[in-house]
Design a protein around this ligand. Structure first.
Ligand SMILES: *Cc1c(COP(=O)(O)O)cnc(C)c1O
Length: 371
């Protein structure tokens, strides 16, 4: 048996005709950038997320950049975020010559630990940027309370968590701006790069719409300097087809996660291979099913590879230890939870079409591991 970490081929097989028709209609229209297909997708995605405005853009990384620009984050401003995330979260902050201020994670959820946030707030702090890792929302209420108390903006990195919930609120709708990625491997994946920002404030939405077209309110008229970050019509057409299946796929992922946890528990593996912690007051959409292997993660990964099982590490280096952030002055040991997560976590194969037999094979492989 062979079990890839992610297999998009089966989804493509099922949607082949629908996707081909959608793509063909964009070619027939010869409208390739923004246009009616993008407007329709924005309306449908806003409705899906339960937010007034969705603005398509070129990638999740650009969504973060646009959100920070629309929040007036400028040179020297501090933005509090997690060091345990994809590079783009902190990269977007640094790209604006603002300063990423890292705060350690909750070791159970891998999300920003709200308890450590307040002591990181200084007079230069402008925003808090929590990430909803692996498909589970960060604990938003304490963060929103702190933001209100200190008059800070909250920007959510919901790139891995479209449709996830914190209590009954969806990811990307709780802060002032939500950022989404439709990178092909995300739960809602385009056929290339694509992203989106969401907001409930009309003035912020207008600003985001201008910023994605070089800051122009009208053609050739620029009140501020923006970027070129528009959503392609082809991507919007693909995303409109896939959005209709998203809840079904997320439900499958949730079932797969429940089954993994059952299998790991009944194999008595759950001391050496710790299943993910799932908050009861939320909805996890399992972008990744990530276990913690405290003692021999790398050897386990190699053992799985020899059995044709794909696993991945998201992410192997805590961002405060990245070479490009050396100027921030962080040291090894500054964020122990983030550092041990980088050393101990392992993402198992997880995608809607994964079969029960494949899951059994994965867990049996873990059982057969001899340290
Ligand atoms: C994927 C991802 C991004 C960036 O999205 P791109 O579309 O690849 O630019 C940002 N943050 C997180 C947490 C992500 O997982």
């Amino acid at each position: 048996m062979k079990v890839p970490q992610l297999d998009l081929g089966q989804q493509q097989q099922k949607l082949r005709n629908e996707l081909s028709a959608a793509v063909q209609s964009v070619f027939d229209s010869q409208q390739f950038v923004l246009g009616p297909e993008v407007t329709k997708f924005e309306r449908e995605a806003a409705e899906y997320c339960g937010v007034s405005h969705a603005i398509g853009c070129a990638s999740g990384s650009d969504a973060l950049l646009l959100a920070l620009m629309a929040s007036d984050i400028k040179v020297g401003d501090e933005v509090i975020t997690t060091p345990f995330t994809f590079f783009a979260t902190a990269g977007a902050i640094a790209r604006l010559s603002a300063r990423p201020v890292f705060v350690d994670i909750d070791p159970r959820t891998y999300n920003l630990n709200p308890e450590h946030v307040e002591s990181a707030i200084t007079p230069r702090t402008r925003a808090i940027l929590p990430v909803h890792m692996y498909g589970q929302c960060a604990e938003m209420d304490p963060l929103l309370n702190l933001a209100e108390k200190h008059r800070l903006v909250v920007i959510e990195d919901a790139a891995q968590s479209i449709g996830a919930q914190d209590r009954n609120r969806k990811a990307g709708t709780m802060g002032s701006i939500g950022c989404f990625s439709f990178y092909p491997s995300k739960n809602l994946g385009a056929a290339g790069d694509a992203g989106m920002v969401t907001t409930s404030q009309a003035t912020v939405a207008d600003r985001l719409r201008r910023l994605r077209v070089h800051g122009g309110a009208r053609e050739y008229q620029h009140d501020e300097v923006g970027v070129n970050s528009r959503l392609d019509s082809l991507q919007a057409a693909v995303l409109r087809v896939k959005l209709r299946y998203l809840d079904l796929w997320s439900e499958s992922r949730r079932q797969i996660a429940t089954r993994y946890t059952q299998l790991l528990t009944s194999a008595n593996l759950n001391v050496e291979v710790i299943p993910p912690f799932v908050r009861l007051d939320g909805k996890h959409i399992f972008h990744q099913y990530v276990v913690r292997v405290p003692r021999y993660r790398d050897a386990m990964m190699e053992h799985m590879r020899q059995r044709d099982i794909g696993t991945r590490i998201y992410y192997p280096i805590s961002l405060h230890l990245q070479y490009c952030f050396a100027y921030l002055g962080y040291q090894v040991g500054d964020f122990p939870e983030s550092e041990s997560a980088a050393n101990e976590t392992l993402a198992l194969p997880c995608f809607p079409e994964l079969t029960e037999a494949q899951q059994q094979y994965v867990v049996e492989a873990m059982e057969s591991f001899q340290p």
